[in-house]
Unconditional design. Structure first.
Length: 50
């Protein structure tokens, strides 16, 4: 049985990031390069650009 390690996050017709489970069991959010260049953070307090 396989388990899901990450999911794509979509806003309308645009993929704005990926939510993933790290090896340590923590959740991480990754913005793709296109989203970083657009400058739209979905949550600047909890998911800042880094």
């Amino acid at each position: 049985m396989s388990s899901i390690k990450s999911v794509e996050v979509w806003w309308g017709d645009r993929m704005i990031g990926r939510l993933a489970l790290t090896r340590e069991g923590l959740c991480a959010f990754h913005y793709p390069a296109e989203q970083l260049s657009a400058g739209m953070s979905i949550s600047p307090f909890e998911l800042p650009f880094q």
